[in-house]
Design a protein around this ligand. Structure first.
Ligand SMILES: [Zn+2]
Length: 375
């Protein structure tokens, strides 16, 4: 089948969530790839939720893994879908509309068509297709593919995730992280502020130091990603207009470049700020309530998958602001980059669409990639 027709079939399955049910969609892909001669495995990870892994040329040595997710974000207000219903795909004026057309059932379908068109050739290396549940809707079940060893470096030397990138090659993206910091004060009547400690105003001191931290971080620039960033995104404090607030909680959001991802690193920055402020001001009292950090993607620019894609597409790699499953594969020893048809600007929007021209480019690129790696 043509990618656009495969994509339409996939879009008809409502895999939005949470709560999400990807299994019927995964079963459709399994049946389709079984018919083509793939060795397939449906991995049910939770009731109604499944990954599907399909291999061609097993035993021929590690080749390529092409991967994408099959869950989609919720459709939102149905009134906002003007062209068609979110799960009623239509093609109009050169675009395919429907939830997931761009992120990323369209790109998934391009991978399937590309593979299908080459199956009459003799495969010298194994091709693996892996379509996962829970990427956008919670679960991150690609990690179950990895931990159950359903795709390992014995299957693939490298991989591509087809997240929409307008066919740009993305070997690097930032890691994400965050923390909650509680600033403690002392409640008092607001007419007698000298008896209390205003936790919100102490938060201001912390935020000024956070700006200083950002200045320091700006000094280390990744060639594709720029600097690590830290932003305070939520502030919660105070409960009555005439009471000096005794607590103020700050939510911090980090985006890490390679080298800053170790949890101790960013934790140390925050501890440093708290220590500095406490030494200067005996009334300053703060604690880190929780803290997390995830690793960035950083596939070297001279790695084979980047080189081959550069040669096929004739374009230079770029960085991306969003986080992807490529990290999970790369961490497992399969260097994986992002390269997919469609624009991330259309992801998660009502009347989500992908251009058929992008899909054609996707199919052609994946086909050439499979040829060069597996045939
Ligand atoms: Zn996506």
């Amino acid at each position: 089948m043509k990618a656009v027709d495969i994509a339409k079939e996939l879009i008809k399955f409502d895999t939005s969530g949470p709560p999400t049910q990807e299994q019927p969609c995964a079963e459709w892909i399994k049946a389709y790839l079984d018919d083509l001669g793939f060795e397939t495995q449906l991995q049910v990870v939770e009731p109604g939720r499944a990954n599907i892994i399909a291999k061609y040329g097993v035993g021929k040595g590690p080749g390529l893994v092409l991967s994408g997710h099959i869950d989609v974000v919720l459709a939102g207000d149905p009134e906002l879908w003007k062209i068609s219903g979110p799960f009623e795909p239509v093609v109009k004026d050169g675009f395919l509309y429907g939830r997931g057309s761009c992120d990323m059932k369209g790109p998934d379908a391009c991978m399937i068509q590309a593979a299908e068109e080459l199956l009459d050739h003799d495969f010298k290396k194994q091709l693996t297709l892996a379509f996962t549940a829970g990427e956008d809707t919670g679960g991150w079940f690609v990690d179950r593919v990895i931990s159950d060893k359903l795709v390992t470096p014995k299957d693939a030397s490298f991989g591509v995730i087809g997240e929409p990138s307008m066919m740009k090659i993305i070997p690097a993206h930032k890691g994400a992280g965050g923390a909650h910091v509680m600033i403690h004060g002392k409640a008092a009547h607001s007419s007698r502020p000298e008896l209390g400690i205003n936790a919100i105003q102490k938060s201001a001191d912390f935020l000024l130091e956070l700006r200083g931290l950002q200045k320091m971080l700006n000094q280390k620039q990744h060639p594709l990603l720029g600097p690590t960033t830290v932003e305070c995104t939520i502030i919660n404090g105070g409960f009555k207009e005439n009471i000096i607030p005794d607590q103020s909680q700050l939510a911090l959001n980090f985006r890490f470049i390679p080298g800053h991802e170790a949890p101790e690193t960013s934790k140390k920055w925050l501890i440093g700020i708290i220590k500095k402020l406490s030494e200067k001001d005996p009334d300053f009292n703060a604690e880190i309530i929780d803290h997390r950090a995830s690793i960035p993607l950083d596939v070297p620019l001279d790695s084979p998958v980047v080189k081959i894609l550069k040669d096929i597409l004739g374009s230079e790699p770029v960085g991306a602001p969003y986080y992807t499953e490529a990290v999970s594969y790369t961490k497992a020893g399969i260097p994986t980059v992002i390269c997919g048809p469609g624009s991330i600007d259309q992801a998660h929007t009502p009347d989500e669409y992908i251009s058929l021209e992008q899909m054609e480019q996707g199919v052609a690129t994946y086909k050439e990639l499979i040829k060069r790696v597996c045939l």
